[in-house]
Design a protein around this ligand. Structure first.
Ligand code: HEM
Length: 210
């Protein structure tokens, strides 16, 4: 073996494998988690002042408390969610990572993985590959996030974005869609965070990359 061959073998043996989640995905994921938390809790403060549905959220889980402070938090966090989300989506599309990680999703694979999960037999050996239920949920929450932003923009600027309001039905319908998309995101996060705690190595990978 020549010196160059030896160096190549040592190099290959000591080189660290690429992270399971690239840095940009980890940073945007955690910024999104914080910003979404701010959006949801300040959204609940706004809802309490002008309810979309006939109930109120307890004031201790709202951010801002009053309508004016709720709106201030909501509009501040909105920029964070949108810019951060665009960075995550741009990287995911341009690198092909989103397609590789989230597709394909077939109904038979979703049913099979769901059955295995409920029976406690789903394998978590290779956390670099998402199972079909994860793929469906991640794709679903990305679409719900796009919908929550689009419907939010339409009720923020209904005159300038009249076409968007019309696309969503009318102003009241756009408010209902905004609320429904928020509810879907909250339901996702409850299950998602519980799963992350049940399989802590996925949480470590989303924090440290490995
Ligand atoms: C307490 C809050 C959260 C925790 C503890 C958490 C934890 C995690 C973990 C551990 C993963 C990696 C899963 C795996 O490798 O199997 C992950 C991925 C993901 N999470 Fe979260 N998450 C949280 C909030 C959110 C929120 C608010 C959203 C969106 C609204 C979200 C969307 C996603 C998506 C789309 C992925 C897949 C990312 C990719 O690979 O591109 N998460 N999360």
């Amino acid at each position: 073996m020549t010196e160059t061959d030896t160096a190549a073998v040592i190099g290959a043996a000591t080189a660290r494998p690429p992270p399971i989640h690239p840095l940009i995905v980890r940073v945007t994921h955690w910024i999104n988690a914080v910003a979404m938390g701010m959006m949801v809790s300040s959204g609940w403060a706004i809802h309490n002042a002008y309810p979309t549905l006939p109930f109120l959220f307890p004031s201790w889980i709202t951010l801002g408390g009053s309508l004016i402070d709720g709106l201030r938090w909501h509009f501040a966090a909105m920029w964070l969610v949108m810019i951060n989300g665009l960075i995550y989506l741009a990287y995911g599309f341009l690198s092909g990572r989103l397609r590789r990680k989230l597709l394909p999703i077939t109904p038979s694979a979703v049913v099979g993985d769901l059955r295995a999960a409920l029976a406690g037999q789903l394998s978590h050996d290779d956390i670099a590959v998402y199972n079909a239920v994860q793929r469906l949920l991640y794709l679903g929450v990305i679409l719900a996030s796009v919908l929550v932003v689009a419907s939010g923009l339409s009720i923020w600027k209904p005159v300038q974005l009249r076409w968007l309001v019309m696309l969503l039905g009318d102003f009241d319908n756009a408010r209902l869609i905004h609320f429904a998309a928020m509810s879907a995101i909250v339901a996702f996060v409850v299950v998602h965070a519980a799963m992350a705690l049940l399989v802590p190595k996925t949480l470590r990978a989303m924090i440290r990359g490995r």
